[in-house]
Every structure is written in structure tokens, then in C-alpha cells.
Design a protein around this ligand. Structure first.
Ligand SMILES: Nc1nc2c(ncn2[C@@H]2O[C@H](COP(=O)(O)OP(=O)(O)OP(=O)(O)O)[C@@H](O)[C@H]2O)c(=O)[nH]1
Ligand SMILES: [Mg+2]
Length: 237
């Protein structure tokens, strides 16, 4: 860059560097996907096309940075990318990590849209965009707990959403009635309501809906029980 008398303003640029030897999570999350999913008529509560599009976009991000990524986990409109603790990607600069991951993810989401929604055109007034953050976890216990947290969250949300929508679709309840019926119920109660009142065995629901999606650093997508497999996921990290 040419020298000029204005160059001193570069001193005002601050860069946050993430602590060395800590696991980094870059989590991207769809902006206002409540509205976005309505606009494009996503199926409720889960749209397999939309989830597969998220997975395909995340897979390309993982493959691009495969030497630094341990694995990625996604559900709904979010994806978490977990980086090795000794990663020096972008000199561990928080702004670079966060912005490059989210823009690569978004670019893939837009580029791959037509593959998963061949009959639905993206319109420029309703484009998908995502926020992103970096969080650092100081040791193996906390990074494992992070991943388990996202997995358990997937299960809790999916069970609730599945019963909530089936009570509306199959039993003709209003959204308010469905919400009231589920108020204060435990996981087992919800599964029972789903079985006896809607004729659906939760165990037979698609694995991707129940367990979210995990991508290893070879880009392989699976729908595993993250809590049960947590040690295996981090075995060589
Ligand atoms: N119908 C349908 N909606 C989905 C699906 N996946 C995600 N969504 C919607 O996306 C929302 C994601 O939740 P949030 O990220 O908390 O909400 P948001 O509207 O994106 O809001 P911000 O993230 O705060 O911008 C869900 O509440 C759903 O409304 C899907 O497969 N089908
Ligand atoms: Mg969102």
C-alpha cells in the first residue's frame, strides 16, 4: 500500500485474536428465518430440503478448511463449526474467522438453493443471510459440553415442534390450544401424546430431524447421537 500522510488511521483498526490453544466454535445462524421459512413455504416443523441445503453448504465450508475443522453440527437454521485448538487459521483473528465462515456459508446457500428448491426462485427482496459469532472453549470438557448442548437442544425443540404441529394438523387444535396442551409436559408425556392422539411413534421420525446433522472433517454427513458418540468425535483431537 502506498505511503501517505493519512496512513496513521490504520492505528485505529483493532483486531481481536482468540486465545491460543483453545477450541474455537464459529456458529452461523439464519437471520429472521421464521419469516424466511414462511416466505418460501418451508414444511413445518421440518423441511428436509432446507435442512439438506444447510448441510450441503456447511459441508463445503468444512471441506475448504478441513485441516482446521474437527467437525460441524447443524440443526434448524444454525451450524456450528468446531476448530482444532492448535488451529492458526487467519492467525486466529476473530473478525476474519467469523466473517469468512459466514460469507462462504451464505454464498454456498445461495448457489446451491436451486439444487434443493428447483421449483422455487430466490427473490432478491427475500434473500437468506446469516449472523455469526466465535466462541472459544478452554478445554476438552467444555467443547464436548458445547456440542452436547446443541444436540440436546435439537432433540428438545424437535420433539416439541413435532407434537405441537401434529396436534394442529391431525387433531385440529388451534396453535393456542396446542401450546396449552403441551405446557408443563415432560419429554415422555409429549411422546405419549404424539403416539395416542396423533398415531405417530416419535422413534420413527427421520434421524436428521431428531438428531441434527454432524459433519466430520472428511465432509461425511451423519445423524448420530452426539452425546453417546462425544468421546469418539474428539478422539484424536
Ligand atoms: N417451517 C420451517 N421453519 C424452519 C425450519 N428450520 C428453521 N425454521 C424457522 O427458523 C427459525 C429459527 O429460529 P431462530 O434462529 O431462533 O429465529 P429467527 O427467526 O431466525 O431469528 P434470528 O435468528 O434472531 O434472526 C425457527 O423458529 C423456524 O421458524 C424448517 O425446517 N421448517
Ligand atoms: Mg435464526
Amino acid at each position: 500500500m502506498a505511503k501517505s500522510r493519512f496512513e496513521y488511521v490504520r492505528q485505529f483498526e483493532a483486531h481481536d485474536t482468540i486465545l491460543p490453544e483453545t477450541y474455537i466454535v464459529v456458529r452461523v445462524d439464519g437471520k429472521k428465518f421464521h419469516e424466511f421459512s414462511k416466505h418460501y413455504h418451508f414444511e413445518k416443523p421440518n423441511d428436509a430440503r432446507a435442512l439438506k441445503l444447510m448441510n450441503a453448504s456447511a459441508k463445503n465450508v468444512v471441506l475448504k478448511y478441513r485441516n482446521d475443522v474437527i467437525c460441524a453440527f447443524g440443526e434448524s437454521d444454525e451450524y456450528s463449526f468446531i476448530l482444532r485448538k492448535n488451529s492458526t487459521l487467519f492467525k486466529r483473528r476473530q473478525d476474519k474467522l467469523s466473517t469468512l465462515f459466514v460469507s462462504l456459508f451464505t454464498a454456498n446457500y445461495v448457489a446451491l438453493w436451486s439444487k434443493f428448491f428447483p421449483d422455487v426462485a430466490l427473490d432478491y427482496k427475500n434473500l437468506p443471510f446469516f449472523d455469526s459469532r466465535c466462541v472459544c472453549y478452554p478445554n476438552l470438557t467444555t467443547i464436548k459440553d458445547y456440542l452436547c448442548w446443541r444436540f440436546v437442544d435439537t432433540h428438545i425443540n424437535n420433539l416439541y415442534n413435532t407434537v405441537f404441529w401434529q396436534l394442529i394438523v391431525k387433531c385440529g387444535l388451534s396453535p393456542q390450544e396446542s401450546e396449552q396442551k403441551l405446557c408443563g409436559t415432560l419429554s415422555a408425556d409429549k411422546q405419549e401424546i404424539l403416539f395416542t392422539e396423533c398415531g405417530i411413534n416419535y422413534n420413527n421420525e427421520p434421524e436428521m430431524f431428531k438428531k441434527g446433522s454432524t459433519i466430520n472433517n472428511k465432509g461425511e454427513i451423519s445423524h448420530i447421537d452426539v452425546v453417546k458418540q462425544i468421546d469418539a468425535l474428539f478422539e484424536s483431537f
